[in-house]
Design a protein around this ligand. Structure first.
Ligand code: AMP
Length: 211
């Protein structure tokens, strides 16, 4: 069964996704990662989307859908969809144009949005292995060095600066409710309390996957 992770930026989707991949054998597809990769490659698409991403707004639906479709083969794999859908149009497109005939469950990482600004502005990522840190709650053991791969390439995402974070959270709260209603209506919605520790959140998700 494919998993669709829903939640505000900073609600822990990326952290849980890497654990689901390493412990349960899923493949992870994150539309944010795919878009950032296009920006890094300086592709035509990357040039078109970088200003939108750095402002905290959403990229055009059809463009993200095409990128997603080009980066997953559902026949032989089970996927975690992270960062897609972001609105009701994308939720319907995922259902009709990507997941046709496949079973899925949507997992909503429920969290008080007031907690997230601080989480996001303190988030740091490893450029080399993708590990995620938080300077307050999960700082690397040695400042500026990744615990996982020893790289000193820890960085702050440009859209994790405070001004952009506010826009991203606003966009999230403006668009999420119809998406939740859509999955609830299909009987496919699981709500997880994302204010718990990462181990508890993972335990809940694992219980849902393994039935
Ligand atoms: P994320 O890494 O999921 O927080 O996404 C970072 C940024 O990429 C978002 O703020 C959007 O600008 C863009 N983005 C990612 N996924 C989508 C999507 N499904 N639809 C539109 N824009 C997206």
């Amino acid at each position: 069964m494919h998993l669709i992770l829903l939640g505000a930026p900073g609600s822990g989707k990326g952290t849980q996704a890497s654990r689901i991949v390493s412990e349960l054998g899923y493949l992870h597809v994150s539309t944010g990662d795919l878009l950032r990769n296009e920006i890094r490659k300086e592709s035509e698409l990357g040039k078109r989307v970088s200003a939108v991403i750095n402002s905290g707004q959403l990229v055009d639906d059809s463009l993200v859908l095409e990128l997603l479709k080009a980066n997953c083969t559902l026949e032989d794999n089970v996927y975690i969809f992270d960062g897609f859908p972001r609105n009701i149009e994308q939720a319907k497109a995922l259902d009709n144009k990507v997941l046709t005939g496949h079973q899925s469950k949507a997992i909503y990482f429920k969290l008080d949005l007031g907690l997230l600004t601080e989480r996001l502005v303190n988030r740091r990522m490893c450029k080399d292995c993708g590990a995620i840190y938080n300077l307050v709650s999960k700082a690397p053991k040695k400042s500026g060095v990744c615990d996982n791969c020893n790289s000193s390439n820890l960085y702050q995402r440009p859209d994790d600066h405070e001004d952009t974070v506010k826009n991203r959270l606003q966009v999230f709260s403006d668009t999420i409710n119809p998406v939740l209603e859509f999955y609830e209506g299909k009987g496919d919605l699981v709500v997880v309390d994302a204010s718990q520790g990462a181990d508890d959140v993972f335990g809940h998700i694992k219980g849902q996957i393994q039935g």
